[in-house]
Design a protein around this ligand. Structure first.
Ligand code: HEC
Length: 117
């Protein structure tokens, strides 16, 4: 009798998360975080066409291929722990102290939403 219980608990969690996002104005907040913490390199539209973005050669996240280049987990890890180039030099600083878990996860979804339709 354990499986159905776990399943319904998961469903409740999904429902609660959805409710939470809509209740706190998810879209506005995550966009705010993106513009504040990320757009200096990645650009508001995710293209990476900023001075810093070009210098660090960030990818164009509007491009489907660039989006396929990383998993949600890798994106979350990059946001929390930062990113390094092939020489091991830090290019993107870690945001684990600035952003909560939920904010970081919301940003992963936000990055995905930047993909050109
Ligand atoms: C100082 C510039 C800079 C800032 C600020 C920055 N990034 Fe990055 N980010 C980079 C660079 C450089 C890379 C590695 C190259 C790439 O994948 O485009 C990267 C990679 C990523 C990746 C891909 C990770 C992977 O595994 O390929 C994601 C997702 C990402 N950043 C999201 C964010 C988010 C969200 C923020 C804001 C919280 C942010 N970045 C802030 C420079 C930055």
């Amino acid at each position: 009798m354990k499986a159905p219980l776990i399943l319904s608990a998961r469903l409740a969690l999904v429902a609660a998360t959805a409710l939470c996002f809509s209740a706190t104005g998810f879209a506005a907040e995550v966009a705010e975080n993106w513009n504040k913490h990320c757009a200096s390199c990645h650009a508001k539209d995710g293209s990476g066409s900023t001075k810093m973005g070009k210098k660090l050669s960030v990818k164009d996240y509007r491009d489907a291929k660039a989006q396929e280049g990383f998993t949600d987990d890798a994106a979350l890890k990059a946001i929390k722990e930062g990113a390094k180039d092939s020489a091991g030099k830090e290019t993107m600083k870690p945001f684990a102290e600035k952003l909560s878990d939920d904010e970081a996860k919301a940003l992963v979804a936000y990055v995905r939403s930047l993909k050109a339709k």
